[in-house]
Design a binder for this molecule. Structure first.
Ligand SMILES: [Mg+2]
Length: 201
C-alpha cells in the first residue's frame, strides 16, 4: 500500500505558467508560448528588460489565489480519494520566500477547490526529506523529482516541455495519474520484491 501521496501544486493542480506568462506577455508586449518554455531557465526566453523582474509577479496579491485549476486535477484528486485514505494524501508545495501572499493564498486555494485537503498542505522546499520507498511524489520540477527518487521515493513526472528528459513514470493528464496511483497502490507489495516491474508502465 502507498504510505503517502505527495501532490505538487504549481503546474500540477494549479495552472501557474499560463497566468504568469499571460501577465508577462501583456506587460512586455511579447507573445511567448508558455507551453514551450524551460521554466527553470526562463530568462533565456524573455525580453532582457524584464530579466529577473519576471519573478516579481509571484509577489503580487491574489496571483496564487486566482490561478485556474489544471484540467482534470480537481476531479482526479477526488477520484484518488475514493481509492486512497485521505490521511495518506498531502499537497506538497513551495513558493519564493519573499512571495509573502503566496503561502497563505495557496492554503486558501486548496480550501476553495478541495476543502477536504485544506489541513493537509505541506510547505516544503526540500521535498526529498519526505521520501521513502512507499511514498509517491507527483511533480513537474526536475530537481524535486530527481531528489525524491535519489532518496528512494517514487517520482511521477507530470509531463511538461521542460521535463521531457526525466526517466521516471510519466503522466500526461490526471486520468493517467489516477490509473498509475491505482495500479501502484495495488501492486506496491510486488514492486518491493521486484523493483523493475514498473519499467513496463
Ligand atoms: Mg510545480
Amino acid at each position: 500500500m502507498i504510505n503517502m501521496l505527495l501532490i505538487d501544486m504549481d503546474d500540477v493542480i494549479a495552472d501557474l505558467q499560463q497566468e504568469w506568462i499571460r501577465r508577462y506577455n501583456k506587460d512586455y508586449n511579447d507573445n511567448l508560448d508558455y507551453r514551450k518554455i524551460d521554466l527553470w531557465n526562463i530568462e533565456k526566453h524573455i525580453r532582457p528588460e524584464c530579466g529577473s523582474k519576471i519573478r516579481d509577479y509571484f509577489k503580487e496579491p491574489t496571483f496564487y489565489f486566482n490561478l485556474k485549476p489544471i484540467d482534470g486535477a480537481i476531479e482526479g484528486i477526488y477520484k484518488i480519494m475514493n481509492i486512497l485514505d485521505i490521511n495518506k494524501i498531502r499537497i506538497c508545495t513551495y513558493c519564493l520566500w519573499d512571495a509573502v501572499y503566496g503561502f497563505s493564498e495557496k492554503i486558501m486555494w486548496i480550501e476553495k477547490h478541495i476543502p477536504e485537503l485544506r489541513d493537509k498542505v505541506i510547505i516544503a522546499k526540500d521535498k526529498y526529506l519526505l521520501a521513502r520507498h512507499d511514498r509517491i511524489l507527483i511533480d513537474d520540477a526536475p530537481h524535486n523529482l530527481n531528489e525524491f527518487s535519489q532518496f528512494n521515493g517514487t517520482s511521477i513526472v507530470f509531463d511538461k516541455s521542460y521535463n521531457k528528459e526525466l526517466p521516471y513514470l510519466r503522466a500526461y493528464d490526471w486520468e493517467h495519474i489516477f490509473n498509475l496511483i491505482k495500479r501502484i497502490n495495488s501492486e506496491l507489495e510486488f514492486r518491493l520484491r521486484e523493483p523493475k516491474i514498473f519499467n513496463s508502465f
